[in-house]
Design a protein around this ligand. Structure first.
Ligand code: AMP
Length: 612
């Protein structure tokens, strides 16, 4: 039933031995000590151009050896013992910065006079200033902290000749564009600029057009992604049954350390809350956490003190955990690359891992796109039935009882059975009750027959509003009638989620939500879930003149981009055009997918709205 899948293995014919490359003795000694024999494809492609001093765009993800691809040429170019910053590497997260810096230190181990310093937020700036003053010639850092240090005049880039933007797509997604631009402005123009990114979105291309000169594009092509030891399955589920299916999978496969991915921050909070309500120790990881909180959460997960970590793609960057039993895609990723990134967290170091993807209705199209991209068939998994789960737990209970008896020391508890029998219970009843108590599984409203998606639901492409209560509505009544207007054609999507709550799958903890008054959803501190700063306002050149309704807009945006319709914010329709608030994390995919799209038969232009 299973197949496996996705890490990088390279064909022998493509391999180039490191010792055949024109590299210094120091680098040769370092790569030897690091155990590298052959250059990876991204290394054999990029290193020659980088040594020549060319600007390079590298399309490669983590795990391809991209750090050494840019790291080796940096070290070769450094003028040793010169105590000014000659190269700067910008990374989206502290974790990646640390990882890159460790790799740089290993690569430069045998090259004297090369000094690497790492700078990132959430750690003592004074210590970082001291280490810069000591004479770093390579700096690895996160954009925010780099800017801070430049402003404090502790970091000077006026003599730097190389700049690397690592995981540039993530940096842009995290809102670092302006910081990156200001940093690039600090560095003399006669520099070598290198950008690495897993994806090549329009904003990335815009950045390269502006800041790179005649760049060479090198990339690791997809057919180099192949399969090994990850069992990949998808589960066709009803939207409201996602949590039930998740916990059944955890129980059935006895998963101890699991990374659960969601597409949005608010979803992370919801999933953590629901897991906790069901008795699963879970923590969330998303961009709103302070660095110190992130570190604490990651450490608790790494050490196994927390079994279930729920994260967004961006927040999980740099999270490197061994022994992960499984990755669960609670939400199917919006980008195929994300899928590869996500599942690559498990099945590491020769171990086997599992990657489970929950698929709701029309998301099957996205699943197909992922399979096309990875060239791997993902098999359909069978959702464990309630009695499957009970069976597994019973088996584990019997094992635990047997080993506790074998340990001995039971005298203190010996009278418990006779006390219970005295109270009139049979041995059978007592044991059954103990088993039930120990398992912590309760039958709930999710009957086995109520979990799997139904085909007819899948055909209703636009009608789904998972958050709003499991109601499947027609495209035309997608909360988009004029009653929803506020002021001059303003619609707040969040206020329209009501629908037919209290459906068959309404869980106890959802009741609060269903009885809440209609209106924008608030977070625990009473702030709207989607504040303006998390949204990008988009302009669409179609409006009331074309008899456009919010339903048309939502239908087109969700249908074309594959994003859930209910994440959209305000829709403000004017006579000739419309403004739509799109969560930042979806902005790229919306811009890309709406290029050339039609609404009501008219080809439309969608672009980021100019500031008012
Ligand atoms: P990266 O894509 O830079 O995060 O690298 C992923 C891992 O592959 C790191 O642990 C590197 O040390 C390792 N690595 C990089 N290049 C090679 C190579 N040519 N041969 C073997 N391992 C490598």
């Amino acid at each position: 039933m299973c197949s496996g899948i996705v890490i990088k293995i390279y064909l022998m014919s493509e391999k180039i031995r490191f010792d055949s490359l024109p590299l210094s003795e120091g680098i040769q000694a370092a790569v030897k000590e690091m155990g590298f024999e052959y250059a990876s494809p991204i290394q054999s492609e990029a290193i020659p151009f980088l040594l020549e001093g060319r600007d390079v765009i590298g399309q490669a993800q983590t795990g391809t050896g991209k750090t050494a691809a840019f790291g080796i040429p940096i070290i070769e170019h450094i003028v040793p013992f010169e105590k000014f910053v000659q190269a700067i590497i910008l990374c989206p997260t502290r974790e990646l910065a640390v990882q890159v810096s460790e790799e740089m230190k290993k690569l430069s181990k045998f090259t004297k006079g090369v000094w690497v310093t790492t700078v990132y937020g959430g750690d003592s700036i004074d210590r970082q200033i001291k280490s810069l003053k000591a004479g770093a010639n390579i700096v690895v850092g996160t954009p925010g902290r780099v800017i801070d240090l430049i402003e404090r005049r502790a970091l000077k880039l006026n003599q730097a000749s190389m700049v690397i933007l690592d995981e540039a797509d993530e940096m842009l997604d995290m809102g670092f564009r302006e910081d990156i631009e200001s940093i690039l402005e600090e560095i003399p123009n006669e520099r070598q600029t290198v950008l690495f990114s897993a994806t090549m979105s329009k904003p990335i291309l815009a950045l390269t057009n502006r800041y790179l000169t005649n760049p060479k594009l090198v990339k690791v092509v997809k057919n180099e992604i192949t399969n090994v030891n990850i069992e990949q399955l998808y589960f066709d589920v009803k939207g409201r049954a996602k949590m039930e299916v998740t916990t059944r999978l955890i129980d059935f496969y006895a998963l101890k350390l699991v990374l659960i991915f969601c597409n949005q921050k608010k979803r992370v909070d919801e999933v953590v809350e629901e897991l906790a309500l069901r008795g699963y120790a879970a923590e969330g990881l998303h961009g709103d956490l302070r660095q110190s909180q992130r570190t604490q959460v990651m450490n608790r997960f790494r050490s196994g003190n927390v079994s279930f970590l729920v994260a967004t793609d961006v927040a999980a960057r740099g999270l490197d955990v061994e022994n992960l039993d499984a990755v669960i895609n609670y939400d199917i990723p919006l980008d195929e690359e994300y899928y590869v990134h996500r599942i690559g967290r498990t099945g590491r170091a020769g171990k086997f891992g599992k990657a489970f993807t929950l698929v709701v209705g029309s998301e099957r199209n996205r699943l197909r796109e992922i399979m096309n991209y990875t060239k791997v068939k993902i098999d359909k998994g069978v959702i464990p039935t309630f009695s499957d789960v009970v069976g597994i737990k019973k088996g584990m209970f019997i094992e635990r009882v047997a080993s506790t008896i074998a340990e001995g020391d039971l005298d203190l508890f010996a009278d418990a059975l006779s006390n219970l029998q005295h109270a009139g219970f049979s041995v059978d009843q007592i044991v059954s009750a103990l088993v039930k108590l120990s398992m912590g599984v309760q039958k709930n409203e999710f009957g086995d027959e109520n979990l799997e998606g139904e085909l007819e639901r899948q055909s209703r492409k636009y009608g789904r509003d998972e958050r709003g209560g499991g109601g499947f509505r027609d495209r035309n009544d997608r909360g988009g009638d004029r009653d929803g207007r506020r002021g001059a054609g303003r619609f707040d999507r969040d206020s329209r989620g009501g629908g037919d709550r209290g459906g068959r799958f309404e869980r106890g903890n959802d009741r609060d939500r269903s009885s809440a008054p209609r209106g924008p959803r608030m977070d625990r501190e009473g702030k709207p879930y989607r504040s303006d700063e998390n949204m990008v306002r988009m302009f669409v050149n179609i409006g009331f003149d074309e008899k456009i309704s919010p339903a048309n807009i939502v239908g087109a945006f969700a249908g074309e981009s594959g994003i859930p319709g209910n994440v959209l914010g305000q829709i403000q329709i004017e006579n000739k055009h419309t403004y739509v608030d799109v969560p930042k994390e979806y902005a790229n995919v919306v811009l890309e997918k709406m290029a050339g799209a039609q609404i009501k038969g008219k080809r439309v232009l969608v672009e980021i709205a100019k500031p008012a």
